[in-house]
Design a binder for this molecule. Sequence first.
Ligand code: ATP
Length: 553
Amino acid sequence: MSSDQKPTTTEPEASTSLAKSLEERLTIPDAKTAPNPTASTFTPAKFNWADEAETPTEDKKQAPTANNELPPAKIDGPADESSLAMAQQDGSSHFLNGSEATEGLLEPEYDVNVKLADLQDDPNNPLYSIHAFEDLELREELLRGLATMGFRKPSKIQERALPLLLKNPPQNLIGQSQSGTGKTAAFVLNMLSRVNLDSKAPQFLVLAPTRELAKQIAGVAGLMGMFLHDKGLQVVEAVPQTLPPRGQMLEGQIVVGTPGTVMDVIQRKRQLDVRQIKVLTLDEADNMLDLQGMGDQCKRVKAMLPKNIQTVLFSATFPPQVLEFANLFAPNANQLTLEVETLTVKGIKQMYLDCNSEEDKYSALVRFYGLMTIASSIIFVQRRSTAQQIEARMTAEGHKVASLTGALDGQQRDDVFTRFRNGDAKVLITTNVLSRGIDVQTVTMVVNYDIPETADHHPDFETYLHRIGRTGRFGRTGAALSLVSGRRDWEMLSAIGTHFGVQPMRLDSDDWDSVEKAVKDVMKNERNAGAMKSNPMKSAEEEMPEWDVEKPE
Ligand SMILES: Nc1ncnc2c1ncn2[C@@H]1O[C@H](COP(=O)(O)OP(=O)(O)OP(=O)(O)O)[C@@H](O)[C@H]1O
């Protein structure tokens, strides 16, 4: 709802002053500029670099919630061809096929290659890089893999993190960068660079919060290592309901799984030999280390691994209290962290739709979808029951939608998610279970049907950021629409805007012509913006964000 109109029944002045104070406080800071330490001069240190990110998942919300949401079903499984094909489709199509299924909102009038090249030339963009992958001393098979995937230049996080990760003796790393900027490739390349292909023993363990993300990471590792398979590379998943039969070991140098299942296959089922593990990586590390969620499981897994292994933590968000624990989990880590104001991805246009009531949200949603063709979109809700209701209503009205929540079993989740990835379902309704890490490049719209809130009913900053980060991946454009239906929603969204230093654009559900025009304009402007941002006149050093360098304790 708007600052000046609503709520009409409850203290309109308060709402107005809220908006005013919001306006006063909201300034979008410029990227900081400062000397840029070159990769070769890095010593174990903490770097604070300007950019963007943050989020929680359904797994995190295993703590009791008001709506009795249960934690997601636990899932497991070995690496298979489908995950490779999935990653292939997702990972490689970005540059190989610029005219993928984006229609309507995001007609790709531009050439994706040209636009991305511009973004990667822009020092203020997180995709910017002054190096080539060739400078990063990667083995030849990996360079070929990257080229086949269409990766032309590393992003900032890849360029910064890789030299730190690949140093010998190996050092721990805590790495933060905005959603969709290629953190997966950074930690996957570390593993693929360090792998000993003469041994089939598990050497690398990656933990991720959900089965979908674990499978996605396994797929990326398989794809990036495509030229190492005939030399013996194997990637295996450890997610529920896809494990080999009891008594059979998980085989593969790279194991990717969810923490509960990994704990189970090490300790109880004894299907994972961890004696040769040399790197432990946590993706979505702030979520994984959350003590109310999976923190305990991750700690227990780590305790079962050999001592003195390299520990690598990545996320788009590291709230201060979690960062503290992260430093205990990965002692003496090199640190690449970002200021909170730099976490939002500029290519994601943030909007909110002012609805008249909670019930009005559904009709506004359906009307919004009727306005334009959207390639693919994700609707996030807070509760499973809401997901089911919206799915039923939209399906009854002839929309092709799917819904994925922790209420489904592993196979059902895989089926639904495959339908969405393939484009058979264009709209996915889900809870926070899919808020983190999921990379489906055709997603051009994220809808926050419910404003994300924590279990203790505060605005959930991290989840908001991760949710909207499901669009706008690696330089793509996207839009995020939050539905606001009352004073509380408005206050929560305002707090989120203040936290990140952004102000979502208001759309009025009483004026659909203007909504349609505004959204189309937004998408057009965003689409054209990338190519105009770069400033080739400034040297890389002049324009690099500020890095605070500290020695680790
Ligand atoms: N150097 C690169 N060149 C081109 N594309 C890339 C490059 N690095 C990564 N990508 C692509 O960018 C997309 C986003 O990457 P990835 O999923 O690793 O992002 P992320 O930083 O982990 O995001 P999140 O915080 O949401 O988990 C993927 O489709 C990946 O294939």
